[in-house]
Structure formats: C-alpha cells, structure tokens
Ligand binder design. Structure first.
Ligand code: 5GP
Length: 120
C-alpha cells in the first residue's frame, strides 16, 4: 500500500459526506471538521476540497499558493470561532518523519490547553 501519491483518502469521503464528520466551517474551496482523535479540547482539520496533487506541503507548487493561504486564513477563522483567545497551535505534518498519516494536505488547529515546545 503506497503511503504517498495522489490516490483518494478518507478525506475525499468526508468532503462528499459519505462518512460523517463534525463540520465547523465550509466554503466553496475549504472544509474544516473536528479531528476524530483530538489531541486537545479543540482539534480541527482544515483541508482543501480539491486536492490537485497537494498530498502534502512538500508537494506544493506555485499553483497552490492561493489555496495554501486560504487554508491558513480559515485556520484563523475557526480558531476565533472556537474562542481560542489565549492562543493555539497550527501544524502541518509532512511525510514519514512528520508523522503524516493522510496524504491530502491538512492544517491542524489545536487548542484549549497549554501547548509545549519543542514537541516530541
Ligand atoms: P496527520 O497524522 O496526517 O497529520 O493527520 C491526520 C489526522 O486525521 C489525524 O489527526 C487523525 O486523527 C485524523 N483522521 C483520520 N481519519 C479521520 C476520520 O475519518 N475522521 C476525522 N474526523 N478525522 C480523521
């Protein structure tokens, strides 16, 4: 089973609403929903509805600049919506050493508790 590549992932099913998720934000380009295995009181994933080869940040090309910006902006919007006024963490895991497990780019928005740095 390839761990990288442009094959469909579980997130395609979430986008098509073929499997349920708790959606907290949606527009024509971006979907944000609660992580099924939250690592903090708030843990949201922000994803592009169209992957367009963007399996991970390391695959970014010039054509992805607009959606990359939008993902970060939506991360801010959902953090505000979740009232993470004391701060939060935004994470993009990439590849094996980054512990990426789903190869459809996603921004984690994690908050509601004190984070620590550096992460393990
Ligand atoms: P990664 O490890 O690739 O950075 O993050 C993938 C995230 O997707 C994990 O935090 C994992 O809990 C989450 N996830 C995997 N499958 C599902 C699912 O079916 N539904 C939801 N809501 N989250 C999922």
């Amino acid at each position: 089973i390839p761990v990288d590549g442009d094959s469909p992932t579980i997130f395609d099913k979430i986008i098509k609403k073929e499997i349920p998720s708790t959606i907290v934000y949606e527009d024509d380009k971006v979907l944000a929903f609660r992580d099924i295995s939250p690592q903090a009181p708030t843990h949201i994933l922000v994803i592009p509805k169209v992957k367009d080869g963007l399996t991970g940040l390391s695959k970014a090309e010039e054509r992805h600049v607009e959606i990359l910006g939008r993902l970060l902006y939506v991360a801010k919007l959902v953090a505000k919506q979740e009232k993470l006024d004391d701060g939060y963490r935004v994470v993009i895991n990439d590849g094996k050493n980054g512990c990426q497990s789903v190869y459809h780019i996603h921004v984690h928005v994690i908050g509601g508790r004190q984070m620590n740095w550096p992460p393990g």
